[in-house]
Design a protein around this ligand. Structure first.
Ligand code: AOF
Ligand code: ZN
Length: 428
């Protein structure tokens, strides 16, 4: 049987009923229907659920991991719509059957557990509830989820991590256990940490979240020749990349990429999601003062301490925020960039390349998460390498956090070991 690949993030849009307003309540209570719905939303090309959900998961830990993955897939569907709240998905399972599933669709609306439990209805009694985050124990925009879980008769709850929100932070799990509900923490933690990295880091006061994203060929090239723009990955990968943009406040590229690729760096494949602020690394201030981004987005142009005053003034007059950062041999220190952005209120950053920018963040260890989109294409020796020539044997200290497919592309997900350890010690 084909292995059910856990998509990360899912490369499909939610069906219309999820794309705004309240999620549909109840109604979808029949097991087959729910399974078909989930398969349609998140797993094109993979098996359509059924027995495969259990057949490929070896042992209880494998089963937990499988359903946590499903909940994470669902949570990603709301990328860009829940800030400052986290992305949360939930799945109700009994005897290997999914009885209800859902996600927190938008800030201020129902929490994931509410949607999933309402869909499961009375069948939730005696089931296991998989949620991507510790259920809340406080009255906020909605009543506490733990109350609803207790009332539903769920007998076990599985979460990858605790919620660092001080109103919750362990209280959700404690309350469930006090009421005789088994609550297990830790399954699928790495992947769940990547789902809400900006949320976790900011709630824990650990500084801005930095995610590296790159698209490469099978031979590790990012372009077929210098100065050339190539579409490397497919539409599914682009949708995932836009979900990554949606959860970050800033999106960083080098000036070379701006000039040769003319990227839009927006979220146009997603409905009703704000594009992040472009951040351009530009030692010579070549960024065009008439660039269309300046019309409606906050744009940061990051340059060296001695970049020409007159050019900086022209850019500032056009609305760009010119930021000067420490540099060695005209290579700007990535940690200084992140710190400068933090001072300007940008607390999460997606780094999209090119080679020079990627190499500098990697060699300085200035990253938390990494998403590598690999396309089955070869560019050969004329191609431009992912790493620029200045990079010498960098150990990445990367921990595998998941892999998925998007059409014919593979998406590899890693978390920085330091980040993983700092978060796991506080949240698992
Ligand atoms: C959950 N399930 O789906 C979400 C949770 O503003 P509120 O009332 O929506 O509460 C926001 C807080 O609730 C947020 O900071 C986090 O602690 C938790 N989010 N919890 O059990 C959910 N979105
Ligand atoms: Zn809640």
């Amino acid at each position: 049987m084909e292995r059910r690949v856990a998509f990360f993030p899912p490369d499909h849009s939610p069906p219309k009923k999820h794309s705004g307003g309240k999620p549909r309540r109840g109604g979808v209570n029949r097991v087959d229907e729910i399974r078909r719905e989930i398969a349609k939303e998140i797993a094109p090309g993979a098996s359509d659920g059924g027995e495969s959900a259990l057949a490929d998961a070896s042992g209880a830990a494998g089963v937990d991991r499988h359903f946590v993955d499903e909940a994470i897939d669902l949570a990603w569907l709301a990328a860009g719509k829940t800030q400052p709240n986290p992305l949360v998905g939930a799945v109700v399972v009994k005897n290997g059957e999914v009885l209800g599933a859902g996600y927190h669709p938008r800030y201020g609306e129902d929490h994931a557990e509410t949607v999933a439990l309402e869909r499961a209805g009375d069948a939730a009694r005696g089931s296991t509830l998989y949620v991507t985050l510790e259920p809340c124990a406080h009255h906020g925009n909605t009543p506490p989820c733990v109350g609803q879980i207790i009332a539903s008769g769920v007998s076990r709850v599985v979460v990858p991590t605790l919620d660092p929100d001080t109103r919750v932070n362990g209280r959700g799990i404690r309350t469930l256990r006090e009421r005789g509900i088994r609550a297990d923490v830790g399954a699928g933690a790495e992947r769940a940490l990547l789902l809400n990295l900006p949320y976790f880091k900011s709630k824990l006061g650990l500084g801005p979240a930095v995610t590296l994203k790159m698209a490469v060929t099978l031979d590790g090239k990012i372009a077929s020749m210098p100065g050339r723009r190539d579409d490397i990955t497919g539409e599914g990968s682009r949708r995932i990349a836009q979900r990554l943009r949606a959860i970050h406040e800033g999106v960083l590229v080098g000036i070379e990429t701006v000039i040769t690729d003319e990227p839009r760096l927006d979220c146009r494949l997603l409905d009703g999601v704000k594009a992040p602020s472009p951040v351009v690394i530009d030692p010579d201030l070549r960024f065009p003062a008439a660039h269309p981004w300046l019309a409606d987005r906050r744009v940061f142009v990051v340059t060296v301490p001695h970049a020409p005053e007159d050019k900086a003034a022209v850019l500032a007059d056009s609305g760009a925020r010119v930021v000067r950062c420490d540099a060695k041999d005209r290579r700007i220190d990535p940690a200084a960039v992140v710190e400068a952005l933090r001072r300007d209120g940008v607390t999460s950053l997606l780094v999209e390349g090119g080679a020079r920018v990627f190499s500098s963040f990697v060699t300085n260890g200035a990253w938390d998460a990494m998403f590598v989109f690999v396309s089955p294409v070869l560019f050969g020796p004329e191609g431009v390498d992912l790493a620029d020539r200045a990079l010498e044997r960098a150990g990445l200290a990367a921990v595998f956090a998941g892999a998925s497919r998007a059409g014919d592309d593979a998406v590899l997900c890693y978390i920085n070991r330091k980040t993983r350890d700092a978060l796991v010690s506080r949240l698992c």
